[in-house]
Design a protein around this ligand. Sequence first.
Ligand code: 5GP
Length: 113
Amino acid sequence: MDTIFTKIINKELNSNIIFEDDHILAFEDVNPCAPIHFLIIPKKKIRSINEISENDSNLIGKMFIVARDIAKKKKIAKDGYRLVINCNENGGQTVYHLHMHMIAGKKLNWPPG
Ligand code: 5GP
């Protein structure tokens, strides 16, 4: 099923894109919870972590490589950052297209509630 992220991938909806290749898109979160907050998503429609298949291993690995590279580019690698993937209702997922939050730019609280 399509989500708002399909529209962002297809450029039917504007977003501030940070990185794009054939398989991955990274763009700023519209409602940031920290000075740096963006999302890294596969272009392939995967509903949540629960729907990841063995064949997606490279794609999921690439999401982390993209996170690492952007962290370096934005000079947040040393200070640190948090990568979050929410899954389904109890996990707080609101958009059912797999996405990794990259949150940084301040000292983050732990644990989350
Ligand atoms: P979730 O709660 O599913 O883990 O995260 C969904 C994220 O998508 C939220 O942080 C929300 O602010 C972001 N988001 C929802 N709609 C849009 C949109 O249209 N554009 C952008 N850039 N981010 C969105």
